[in-house]
Structure formats: C-alpha cells, structure tokens
Design a protein around this ligand. Structure first.
Ligand code: GDP
Ligand code: MG
Length: 597
C-alpha cells in the first residue's frame, strides 16, 4: 500500500478497561468479520485469556477503513499483552507502531498498568489518542478522568474521544482520530530489507508464524531471509496479513505489519525483537532495542502421581513449542520424585503454564515454592547463579549473595494506603515516592523480587479489596543477608520445602511453616518433631503428638465392614503419600504448606 495511507497503532489500557471489546468493535465496523463470525473478543484467542480477561500473546489485525476524506486507509491494530510479566513483548509491539489509543475506563480512571505502557509509548514518540471508555456506565465521570489524564500523564485530553465500546458509541470518532492524528509510517522501499520480528507463535497447520513490521525494503515469498541476531537462514513460503482471518499477500512493503511463514520448526529460533533481512542484500546492522528474555521466577513442577512423569515431560515439550520464554530441566527431589525445574517471566506466566498443563494436558501437579535467581559470590571469586534452593552451597564457602530488586509503582485509594505501606515495609521495601492524584495515592517502592513472588500481588489485592493496581520493573541486583532455611520432618530435611529467605524474616516464616505442617501431617504412632533450621541451628519447632494406642484400638476394633472400609481408605491414601523419615506426608500437605498466607 501507499505509505501515506497506512496507520499502525496499538491499544494501551489497564486490565478490564475495555481494550478487547474496543478492538472487536473496530474490526466489526471495518467489516473484518461478519456479525456471525464475531464471537466475543476475537483477539483474545486462548481459553485462559478469555477467562482471565487478559491478553497473553500480542495479536494484530488489518482493517480497511474508508475515512470521511473519501480515502481508504490500511489500519494495523496491534494488541499488546496486558501484564507486567510480558513488558518486553509490549515494548516490541509498541516499537512497531506510530501511535496508540489510550483507553481509560470512565469510572475507574488512570491505573498503574496504564501509566507504565503510556510512558513506553511516549518513549517511542507515539502520537497518543486518549479514549474515555464506558461512558454508558452510571458511575462514569468523563470530565474527571480527562483532568486525571492531563494531571497524571501530562497529555492534552481536551480532544479525548468519549466512547462506549460495549454500546458502540464513539467508534467512528476513534477511527477518524486514528487517520487524522496518528502519523503515517516512513520507510525506504529501495533500501535493503529490514523488518522487526514482533511476535511468533506455533500454528498446527502453518507451523511457526512470525509477525513482522517492515521498516525498509520488501518482504516476498521465495526470499532467502536471515535473522540478524539468531543467525539462522530461512526460505519465506508465505506472506500475508490477518483480517483477522489469514489472507495471503504478494508482499509486505515498508511501513506494513503482517505475517510470514518460513518453514521454521521451532519457535525457539524466533526471538522477539530480532531483525529480519535478506541473505542476498543484507542490512548493515540490526534494529536497536533487542533484549534476550530471561526467566526470572523458578519453581519445581512434579506430578502428583509419579506414573505421570512421562506425560508431564511430553506436555512440557509441547507447551514449549508455543512458548519459548519458559525454560525447563529435569529435577529430582527426595520428597517429590522426578519432575522439572522450570523458569518463567513472572508469577502470572508461571500460573498460566501450570494451568495449561492441568487443563489442556489433564495433569495433577505439585509446584514447589517459587524462587528468584540469586548470584552467589563464592569465597574463591567464583560466581554461581542459583535457581533452586536445594543447590545452595555450604554457607562457609559463600562470600555474599546478591538478589534481584524491582521498582514497583502502586496506585491505591486513600483508605487502604496505611495497610499498603505496612505491606511494603514488611517486605523490606524502600519508599521512594508518595504523591496524591485525585483521591488516590501513587507510591513508588523499591522491593526485593523475592518478597514479591510469593504472594505480594494477592495480598495487595486483598488489602485494597481489589482497588490497588501494581506494576513493576527490575532495577538490578543488590547484596542481601540471605540464608537457606530447611524444614526437617522427623529430623530429615524435606528438600521440596527448603527456601531462600532474608535472615530477618526467617524466624517468622519458619514458625509459620512448622505450624502449618503440624496441622497438615497426620499423627503417627510416634512423636514427630517438625523444625525449621538455618544450617545446624533450629529457629522454629513444633511437635506432632503420637497417636494414642487406645485410639488405634478403637479404630481397628469393632465391626468388620467398617474395618475393611478403613483399610481401603488407607490404601487409597497411601498412593498419595510420600514417606519422609518414616513419616507419611500427604501430597496436599506440600501444596498447602507452600501456599503462603
Ligand atoms: P480488556 O481487559 O481491556 O481487554 O477489557 P475487556 O474488553 O475484556 O472488557 C472488560 C469488561 O468491561 C468486559 O466485561 C466488557 O464487557 C466490559 N466493557 C468493555 N467496554 C465497555 C463499555 O464501553 N461499557 C461497559 N459498560 N462495559 C464495557
Ligand atoms: Mg483483553
């Protein structure tokens, strides 16, 4: 298409502010799908996305819009993932656009996630079109939200479009604003090919599909292309766009967004942010902004039923076909048997993978406590990266330990501020900033990631009755007074329950864990000590009393059918128990003990 008739934009919104609903409206208005083909929210196409109402993978769709000036424009709408775990993907999607719609809920106002994305958008020099959505709601306060956009973000909101994606209000105004306000892309058709790899996914029919934004040159079927960072070469066998149905095209020219397939077998070969060029006439250098994505949260995944190990392995391999951002390696645990140590971009990413394994592959799993990656500086100068508390070297050989820190931005209504500050303080937070914006506080805290991965987000939501919003980014490694805490059951350490904790928090956490286990482990014929220990030093202790003889007698005496039933029940129970230092620990105990609270 003619460059001047192309508009590339993304939609920025906090979760639930109406991004997907608006995208659907735009598709519908531009005739991308017939009424019958419009199932709700076509852009969110995974079950989990639909249920949780968040976008996990970026998708894009091309629309033809005939504007009031009589010209037909090619609009490329890029949907961006709506969660902090996928911040890098968001940055690449934004880099592929010239503008953005900033969708703000007329009843909720500006939220933390909105801000993070809007600042990124501004960094990419985007033209930003504010859209105040949900004006149909009785609680809508469009004027107040306009003022908030100006005050908080510093954007001129006087021409913000007032819309209701649900009721179909303001849709034409939004489309006109896209055409008139967002600039057309620039690019040189005669320069060597330079295209950004924005996203990729595995399609059962097409294989690996790559979403691209062409900067310079032309992408065509039959070209031999090269990934400048990944280093591999491939033959392009399909070029097209999504409307959102797939449509093949003769080429993608400068400024255009579309997809290619190139007989690529593994998604791991396609790195988001890589630059695609031709082998024959390569570009001089790759595009800026590429980043290697690294998992930041690790945990062990074990099958509840040890016989499911093979199934778990196959399922993990299959999932990995579609998501190269999680990593895994085999792990054995004395308590839990064979499983995998997996790495994720964040806690939500972990939950998604875990949920897909149980839902799509029908697996019952035990997840060990999530852990971040620590830099262990040894006395001999060696640096070790620790992903698993079980691999912690002897404390005598350690010089010091560095842990990852984040900067968190939290928005919270005034009445919950006190409780929230306490939560941050309890998690070793360092307050950096506290400002008020229209009845709400914006706080910035530096926090150790380790304190956030457990249950910070859940606590934040429950403290604020769901009203606080939270966003974070990593700010580097800092030295911490960290120790490995072991949990011993009947004097034997249970590897699956060991964790790295800050020395100051160890006692409280250890006590809590012992108390929980005391309730979770059934009584035996002997006394069972449960201890939390750092090195050889016990810091917390509970004891499960022995089962009294007469209780057993009562149980096993009496009528024969009842006895049989009991035996059967026991057998069943056995399967789901792991023996530890001659103590039978039910699987549920591990799961429940690891759930902090
Ligand atoms: P997203 O998380 O930003 O993609 O938000 P969704 O598009 O999934 O919308 C979140 C919820 O808000 C859904 O229940 C929508 O039906 C609802 N919603 C979206 N737009 C509007 C609107 O204009 N008015 C009202 N009343 N509800 C809306
Ligand atoms: Mg959505």
């Amino acid at each position: 298409a003619d460059l001047t008739h192309i508009r590339n934009f993304s939609i920025i919104a906090h979760i639930d502010h109406g991004k997907s609903t608006l995208a659907d409206r735009l598709i519908q208005r531009c005739g991308g799908l017939t009424e019958r083909e419009m199932t709700a929210q076509v852009l969110d196409n995974m079950d989990i996305e639909k249920e949780r109402g968040i976008t996990i993978k970026a998708q894009t769709v091309r629309l033809d819009y005939t504007a009031k000036d009589g010209q037909t424009y090619e609009l490329n709408l890029m949907d961006t993932p709506g969660h902090v775990d996928f911040a890098y993907e968001v940055s690449r999607s934004l880099a592929a656009c010239e503008g953005a719609l900033l969708v703000v809920d007329a009843a909720q106002g500006v939220e933390a996630q909105t801000l993070a994305n809007v600042y990124q958008s501004i960094e990419h020099d985007h033209e930003i079109v504010p859209v105040i959505n949900k004006i149909d709601l009785p609680a809508a306060e469009p004027e107040k939200v306009k003022a908030e956009i100006e005050e908080v973000i510093g954007l001129d909101a006087s021409e913000a479009v007032l819309a209701s994606a649900k009721a179909g209000i303001g849709i034409d105004e939004i489309l006109e604003a896209i055409v008139t306000k967002i600039p057309a892309p620039k690019g040189d058709r005669d320069a060597p090919l330079k295209a950004m790899l924005v996203d990729s996914w595995y399609d059962p029919y097409l294989g690996v599909v790559i979403l691209v934004r062409v900067i310079n040159g032309v992408l065509k079927k039959g070209q031999q292309i090269k990934f400048m960072i990944g280093g591999t070469e491939h033959l392009v066998d399909r070029v097209g766009c999504m409307r959102p149905k797939i449509e093949q095209l003769p080429e993608l020219g400068p400024g255009e967004i579309g997809f290619i397939t190139a007989q690529i077998k593994e998604i791991a070969q396609t790195r988001v942010g890589d630059t695609i060029t031709t082998v024959k006439n390569p570009a001089a250098e790759p595009l800026p902004g590429f980043k290697e994505v690294q998992p930041v949260v690790f945990c062990g995944l074990f099958p509840v039923d040890a016989n499911d190990f093979e199934k778990l392995r196959d399922s993990i391999h299959k999932l990995r076909l579609n998501d190269a951002s999680f990593s895994f390696e085999m792990e054995t645990s004395a308590a839990l048997g064979f499983g995998f140590r997996c790495g994720f971009l964040g806690l939500l990413h972990l939950e998604i993978i875990q949920e897909r394994l149980s839902r799509e592959y029908d697996l019952d799993l035990i997840t060990t406590a999530p852990s971040v990656v620590y830099d262990i500086h040894m006395n001999n100068g060696e640096l070790r990266q620790l992903h698993n508390p079980a691999d912690m070297p002897d404390a005598n050989h350690i010089d010091h330990i560095d842990e990852p820190w984040i900067e968190a931005t939290i928005y919270v209504p005034d009445e919950y501020l006190g409780a929230l500050l306490k939560l941050c303080q309890d998690r070793r937070g360092i307050q950096k900033d506290l400002t008020y914006v229209g009845g709400r506080a914006q706080i910035k805290y530096e926090l150790p990631l380790n304190e956030v991965v457990f249950d910070f987000y859940d606590r934040l939501k429950s403290i604020s009755r769901g009203y606080a919003s939270f966003d974070y980014h990593q700010i580097g490694m800092r030295e911490g007074d960290l120790v490995k805490m072991n949990i011993l059951v009947n004097n034997e350490p249970v590897d699956a329950l060991s964790m790295i904790v800050h020395r100051g928090a160890a006692e409280a956490r250890g006590r809590h864990m012992c108390e929980r286990l005391k309730d979770l482990i059934p009584r035996h014929l002997f006394k069972i000590p449960i201890q939390a220990a750092i090195g050889g030093k016990v810091i917390a202790r509970e004891t499960i009393a022995a089962l009294r003889k007469d209780v057993t007698a009562k149980c096993y005496g009496g009528d024969i059918t009842r006895k049989k039933k009991l035996l059967e029940k026991q057998k069943e129970g056995k399967k789901r128990m792991r023996e530890y230092g001659s103590v039978q620990i039910p699987q549920e105990a591990f799961i429940a003990a690891l759930r902090m609270g």
